[in-house]
Write a protein that binds this ligand. Structure first.
Ligand code: SF4
Length: 302
């Protein structure tokens, strides 16, 4: 019952917020604080409250950009699936099962639909697994269903290149329309057709891999990889879709990846978030030379 009231309240809150986000964000936070089940997401709610008190804050600008830059259906799906289902409804369920079974229940589930990839980046372990290791649609579907039973509504695809399986990925988005999906992708398989499918399902967000500017990206990922990533970003931005960047920093690109210039460039391209990974040598084809130095690690943490 509590869950139903909270869910209905949150949906009403979203409608209210949608009518005038700038004016209603602070009022909405009061409301969310009141309906949060078991004081869910207390730390996050405090952080949001601090952000919305400062209109020059970058996070505040990012939140408002969800209304200026993003398709209304995609924004609503993100709110329902990620904010409401995963965090407000899912987290208390996860905690309940954590106590019941005495083991960790993940906040998100990461899975590799395939080891296949259409690129061969220097130092990537994916090629070692060949291109024949893939999970069936039924297996992926079953994992998602099992996750939902435990309160997990956020699923992340890695690989290999997940969009080698884009038909199945869209089918899964359709079937589990109450979940939020994200994929780390090289972006080469994102075209107009796929972006239109994303607009239809509304619950899929890509994080496009890029290693800095053109020379750095192409020298590790192969000639044309940078332009392919930029082309994908341009399509997604034009269609008002949410997307992010996946940034792997190595000995040779850390200073660029961590620079203001590169951040501004990504924001200008329409990137809404970025995941940072440090290069870890894995497998026989690993390139230890790509490992960052201690100073570079410190630079990135700062
Ligand atoms: S695109 Fe990703 S999975 Fe494919 S080779 Fe490059 S790093 Fe590996």
């Amino acid at each position: 019952m509590n869950k139903l009231i909270a869910s209905t309240g949150m949906k009403l809150a979203y409608t209210y917020l949608n009518s005038n986000p700038e004016r209603n964000v602070p009022k909405l936070m009061d409301w969310i604080d009141r309906i949060a089940i078991n004081n869910a997401m207390e730390g996050q709610r405090k952080a949001i409250r601090k952000i919305i008190g400062d209109k020059d804050n970058n996070w505040y600008k990012l939140i408002l950009s969800m209304w200026t830059d993003v398709d209304p259906g995609v924004r609503k799906a993100f709110f329902n699936n990620f904010v409401l289902n995963e965090n407000f409804i899912g987290v208390p369920i996860q905690k309940k099962y954590q106590e019941k079974y005495g083991c960790n229940i993940p906040w998100a589930i990461l899975m590799d639909p395939t080891s296949a990839c259409n690129l061969k980046c220097t130092g990537c372990w994916a090629a070692e697994y060949g291109n024949k290791m893939s999970m069936s649609y039924e297996t992926l579907d079953s994992i998602i269903q099992q996750g939902k039973n435990l309160g997990v509504y956020f699923f992340i695809y890695s690989g290999g290149e997940p969009l080698v399986r884009k038909t199945d990925i869209i089918r899964l988005c359709e079937k589990h329309s109450d979940c939020q999906f994200l994929a780390f992708t090289n972006g080469t398989l994102i075209d107009e057709t796929f972006a239109n499918e994303m607009l239809c399902v509304r619950n899929f967000i890509p994080a496009i891999s890029i290693e800095g500017f053109e020379d750095a990206t192409d020298s590790r990922r192969g000639k044309g990889a940078y332009q392919a990533a930029i082309r994908a970003m341009d399509i997604l931005k034009r269609k008002n879709l949410v997307f992010g960047a996946s940034l792997c920093y190595t000995r040779y690109n850390t200073e660029v990846i961590g620079s203001e210039e590169f951040f501004d460039f990504l924001i200008d391209k329409g990137v809404k978030f970025a995941w940072f990974f440090t290069y870890m040598p894995v497998g026989a084809d690993a390139v230890p030379d790509l490992l960052v130095t201690a100073e570079q690690r410190e630079f990135m943490y700062r």
